[in-house]
Design a protein around this ligand. Sequence first.
Ligand code: OSB
Ligand code: MG
Length: 365
Amino acid sequence: IEIRRVELRRVRLPLVHRFRTSSHAKHELEHLLVTITDSSGATGWGEIASPSGPYYCAETVESCWAVARDHLGPLVLRTAWEHPAELAAVLGRVRGNHFARAGFDMAAWALWSALRNLPLAEALGGTRRRVAAGVSLGIEPSVDELLEQVSARVAEGYRRVKLKIAPGWDVEPVRAVRAAFPGVSLQVDANGAYPNDEREIFRELDRYDLLMIEQPFPPRAFVAHAELQAACATPICLDESIEDVEDLVTAVRLRACRILNIKVSRMGGLTHAVRAHDLARAEGLPVWCGGMHEFGIGRAANVALSSLPGFTLPSDVSGSDKYYARDVTTEPVRCESGFVTVSSVPGLGWEPDLFFLEECTVDRI
Ligand code: OSB
Ligand code: MG
């Protein structure tokens, strides 16, 4: 496969509900969409779902734009490949910049699976026909507003609820949600907001029958996570800490977590996400697919990835409507009774809405 044309678009969508984490609040998002076209005119779409500022990881929309334009795009235009993993190996000459690389790797998988007439899920080794959908709820102005959110999502059928926590917004909202929804499958995500020696808050959270505590400490704190995991019954799940398979080996050897969140973006693409899945599965570590508020293109890739056999916990693959009034695909990703159906259409499985994209594209190259 030889790529003749690479297009980057910067696309802006408003969020239906403001989302706040331990580090930042958002009411609209800008992601980059990557289109690659081969010599036969076939195209593949990918999404670079970087947050706008460097608070989740080091990348930003601006850094992704620059690295995609100056390094990844040119590399893709001069590399011939037979399988997406070959292109991923070449993209790996660029250090770090996983979100930017993920957009190109995703586009390569979308194109390759379409050319082979295979649904993306099948091309990746997926076995599930539908995936369990969980929902991630941001920090709300009050516990009452949080309870309203939980109530609405549980009524929609989501299989589990994740609450963002941060110092000052942890035990109280968890206690309130647990009291109001005793049967709901509940987990928390701190996005690394606690100092490495914090134990008391987690001792308390240990009492609320949580499915997991995600990323309590900063990304590089493998030892602190291992010490906390040894001291608490609730499984620790790592997100920001795991950027590649080497990080996962470190976490497994140190017993720093019992669950892994795999994000296509954070791992640097589907190729690396599948490798992380394979290793976790061999080590008996359950995984689920995390999200970055993806638009329909990235969301489609998340659904396909979640169909792999090791994804035994509900993923953050909510329906498009949880985030966007209108998505960039002709059909939104739909969550029905807590499940998203895996597409059986060859390629990505969802089509870009080219007319709507004209309206929400703010820059292109
Ligand atoms: O840590 O999982 C996270 C969104 C932005 C940055 C980090 C995270 C998240 C989410 C959103 O939790 C999950 C989703 O896309 O539904
Ligand atoms: Mg997380």
